[in-house]
Ligand binder design. Structure first.
Ligand SMILES: [Zn+2]
Length: 251
């Protein structure tokens, strides 16, 4: 048996029995981990609050190496991100981030950068009021950390630089296409150079200041069509939390 200590963020929590819960964590040192929390449904205290999804905690758990299920030993809240929980738009955005991590990240791999992306994005979500840049940033950076960063510099098939004007993009090839490759392979969407440059900035900007990256006028939908559609084409399905964000935006 080994004892593990790490910072972690709970991403999912489900009831296992009358008294036990199964909690999935994104940990800083050991990647995505599933723990059984014995008696967690009975104890209404700090221990319980620390198992709420989205909280940043100190986590101690134990089990055999290379097994898929561990036993929770102790958890202490570092930051509960209360401002996110008090605002529906922020809450659904946070849940969407957790769902994306759960769907895209496999257990058993050390993922320090994914933990850092999630931690910094929740901290930004807790503070920022303009949420759209952060949502797009989270999508494109998670795709990139998972090995699916789209090719935006040059044609993904022949490496020719794109011409000015509308740029053709293929989801299947995960990159932009030059005019001749586009005629041959066919593209899924076309977008402006402004959209391409904006997405490149999302990959580089500091997360805590990303709300200053104002969308190029009239291109909010165009940018979503690239980053969110890339998520869809990668996962093959829409996550349940995403329609809530869209509904909130229409209210
Ligand atoms: Zn080409």
């Amino acid at each position: 048996m080994a004892l593990y200590k790490t910072r972690a963020i709970a991403i999912k929590s489900i009831n296992l029995s009358e008294s036990d819960r199964l909690v999935t964590f994104m940990t800083e040192n050991h990647g995505k981990v599933k723990c059984v929390a014995k008696g967690a449904r009975k104890i209404k205290n700090q221990f319980w609050a620390a198992l709420e999804p989205m909280s940043l905690i100190h986590l101690i758990y134990f089990g055999k190496e290379h097994q898929s299920l561990f036993r929770l030993n102790h958890s202490d809240i570092i930051e509960s991100f209360q401002t996110i929980r008090d605002d529906f738009d922020k809450l659904y955005t946070g849940i969407y981030f957790l769902d994306l991590i759960d769907a895209m990240i496999l257990e058993g791999h050390r993922e320090v950068k994914v933990f850092s992306l999630l931690h910094q994005s929740l901290a930004a979500l807790n503070q920022q009021s303009e949420l759209e840049p952060l949502r797009r940033l989270f999508e494109i950076r998670l795709l990139s950390l998972a090995g699916y960063q789209p090719q935006l510099e040059h044609c993904v098939l022949c490496r020719k630089a794109p011409q000015n004007g509308l740029i053709s993009f293929s989801y299947a090839h995960n990159g932009i296409l030059c005019n001749s490759c586009c005629r041959r392979a066919g593209s899924d969407i076309q977008f402006s150079t402004g959209t391409r440059n904006y997405i490149k900035k999302l990959l580089e900007v500091e997360i805590k200041t990303c709300e200053r990256l104002k969308f190029p006028k009239g291109q909010t939908d165009e940018i979503e069509k690239v980053t969110h559609r890339l998520i869809l084409s990668h996962l093959g399905r829409e996550l349940k939390s995403y329609p809530f964000i869209k509904n909130m935006a229409e209210l």
